[in-house]
Design a protein around this ligand. Structure first.
Ligand code: AMP
Length: 438
């Protein structure tokens, strides 16, 4: 099946050709024709399936065919949970829309709002945004969403995980009721289904990968290892394997920094990416990783969400996530768009329960190995790690959901733990939403 048969116009086919895509991915094949028909779509798709083109191409076509107003009010809004994903989607919108007369912009927090405001004042057709900064600018009267024709919620599950439900509801309330809605989510929890029901009208269901399944192309492996030997093991794996592009996950920001330092000391070019890093530092680290000047990117779950690093060969879980679905998201960074990849997890005794939960979720037992000299500690307890007891650092950073002293007292520096508190987000009236999360 080729792109020609999907009903896309010449301008878009030319852009697709320039990108070098020869055939549509399964999600594109299923979603593009239905979106072009004007249907609401609920799509189950992970990052790496080509979902961005799946909604961007038909969105661009519908907007280009539609009635263009001279002032260029925002007619399409793409909401994403993270700044990085917003930047990536925006880059895609620009590329796919190269041969169309449509203007687009991206807005997110953590950076000066002035250039964003200037751009919005000049008029844009498509806006890619994270919820906090969008609401900020809307509240300041810089932009109107009254002419929205198409709304895309990208990575909706992660938006809920990050406590954006109320922001999303607020954004909905300032949009026209008649519009086309497209919702993409890697997982389908009860909350996601409820959100879908409240937003989508008679949606067409589109599935690219079965729920919570891991991509076949990814080779998964567990190394059982003593906790204290993990750093030495990962350094050995990277050096012996001559790995030049590895994404490593830690559970905490502090852990990411610590591991990164040790890698640098071992002569490996590494950088950390997490919520306490400035936007500039995050962008720089990601750019370095993509172009190859940094071999190892050490990330926490939230920071890594949605990163598009084509053909990433290695993902290492230095620590397993305490939320099993995050395992699927993490290893989805490798084996992208049909390429093969390897996902390795270093598992110590106290992560035994997490591993069991993950295996239950993915539906099979992940092959296990022990490397000589890096054996697990036979005397270590298999009781799960108690979240919040390891670090006494105060919660800080631009993704913190709440500034409440009650939460600060818990002293938890784990992003995973924070998310388990995120079901009922609290608001701190004194802080602007974009400062908090975006
Ligand atoms: P996404 O799931 O949207 O993050 O896309 C994952 C990667 O697949 C990106 O690097 C895209 O450029 C790439 N991609 C998207 N569609 C195709 C396609 N039809 N053929 C090959 N690569 C694609």
């Amino acid at each position: 099946m080729s792109f020609d048969s999907l009903g896309l116009t010449e301008a878009l086919l030319k852009a697709i050709q320039k990108k070098g895509y020869t055939q549509p991915s399964p999600i594109q094949l299923k979603a593009i024709p239905r979106i072009l028909e004007g249907k609401d779509v609920l799509a189950s798709a992970q990052t790496g399936t080509g979902k961005t083109a799946g909604f961007t191409l038909p969105m661009l076509q519908l907007l280009a065919e539609g009635h263009q107003l001279r002032q260029r009010p925002v007619r399409a809004l793409v909401l994403t949970p993270t700044r990085e994903l917003a930047a990536q989607v925006f880059a895609n919108v620009k590329e796919y829309g190269e041969y169309l007369d449509l203007r687009s912009a991206v807005i997110f927090g953590g950076v000066n709002q002035k250039p964003q405001v200037n751009q919005l004042r000049r008029g844009v057709d498509i806006l890619v945004a994270t919820p906090g900064r969008l609401l900020d600018l809307h509240n300041q009267g810089v932009l109107s969403l009254a002419k929205i024709e198409i709304l895309v919620l990208d990575e909706a599950d992660r938006m809920l995980d990050m406590g954006f439900l109320r922001d999303i509801q607020r954004i909905m309330s300032v949009m026209p009721e008649r519009r086309q809605n497209l919702m993409f989510s890697a997982t389908f929890s009860k909350e996601i289904k409820k959100l879908a029901q409240s937003i989508l009208r008679y949606p067409v269901l589109v599935e690219a990968t079965p729920e919570n399944s891991t991509v076949d192309a990814i080779k998964q492996k567990v190394y059982r290892v003593a906790k204290g030997l993990k750093t030495a093991l990962i350094i050995k794996l990277i050096l012996d394997g001559d790995w030049t592009q590895v994404l490593v996950f830690t559970r905490t920001k502090h852990g990411a920094n610590k591991l990164c330092k040790k890698m640098i000391n071992a002569g490996i070019s590494a950088s950390a990416i997490h919520g306490n890093k400035s936007q500039g530092a995050r962008t720089k680290a990601l750019a370095g990783f993509k172009k190859g000047s940094i071999s190892v990117l050490v990330a926490t779950d939230i920071a890594a969400r949605g990163l598009d690093i084509p053909l990433l060969p290695h993902v290492v879980n230095f620590e397993l996530p305490n939320i099993s679905e995050d395992y699927v998201h993490r290893i989805g960074r490798t084996g992208r768009a049909g390429a093969s990849g390897e996902a390795i997890s270093l598992v110590s005794a106290d992560e035994t329960t997490y591993l069991r939960d993950i295996e239950k979720l993915v539906g099979f037992k992940i092959p296990m190995e022990i490397i000589e000299g890096f054996e697990p500690d036979p005397n270590a307890s298999t009781a799960p790690i108690k979240q919040g007891q390891k670090s006494n650092r105060s919660r800080q950073g631009n993704r913190s959901n709440s500034g409440s002293s009650r939460n600060q007292k818990s002293g938890n520096n784990s992003e995973g733990q924070k998310r388990s508190n995120r079901r009922r987000p609290k608001r701190n009236k004194n802080r602007r939403s974009s400062d908090r999360r975006n």
